[in-house]
Design a protein. Structure first.
Ligand code: SF4
Length: 170
């Protein structure tokens, strides 16, 4: 972009240009954190403990709440399957380079960048790896629905699936 993005429309267009299905600027208070989300990772998700960006290594819901409360604006977006982390990282970098030095992105799902995580050496792809919203204790269903997006429990393989990511802007 030739000028610094500022208006909500600028960020939304940026997200759409990078592959988001839809996007909105939302308030951090509308991003819902909950203690139970951690349990859903720990009991029932085979991604638990498999990478540095999943629980128990990722931020707790309480820490995430404190971080969210330090921002004014969040870019929340829906993405095609398997693209939310990449879109979040791309937006994070562009928004950061645009002058918003606090920008940080979150995606969806476990880290798929390595076959096995490099726990002892530290992350091999720190510039690309980001936790998912749910790995940070965010209730993705309540957050998406509360901001006017559609997301339902997937009961069969034929059901529509919805994936989300966000960028904390400033
Ligand atoms: S990029 Fe690789 S090393 Fe980094 S968190 Fe993901 S799996 Fe682990």
């Amino acid at each position: 972009m030739t000028r610094k993005a500022n208006r909500a429309n600028d960020f939304v267009q940026m997200a759409l240009d990078r592959g988001a299905v839809s996007a909105k600027m939302v308030k951090p208070s509308s991003v819902i954190t909950a203690a139970w989300v951690r349990w859903k990772c720990q009991f029932g998700c085979d991604g638990f403990g498999t990478s540095l960006v999943c629980p128990p290594h990722s931020p707790t819901p309480e820490e995430t709440r404190r971080v969210l409360d330090g921002y004014r604006r969040v870019l929340l977006f829906e993405s095609p399957r398997g693209r939310s982390r990449k879109i979040a990282v791309t937006l994070e970098r562009e928004i950061f380079l645009d002058g918003y030095y606090k920008a940080i992105g979150l995606g969806a799902g476990p880290c798929e960048l390595c076959e096995t995580c490099a726990f002892d050496e530290g992350c091999r792809h720190a510039e690309l790896a980001r936790p998912s919203m749910e790995a940070c204790g965010i209730d993705v269903y309540a957050t998406a629905r509360g901001n006017g997006f559609t997301i339902d429990v997937v009961r069969t393989r034929k059901d529509p699936q919805h994936y989300f990511g966000l960028v904390l802007v400033d």
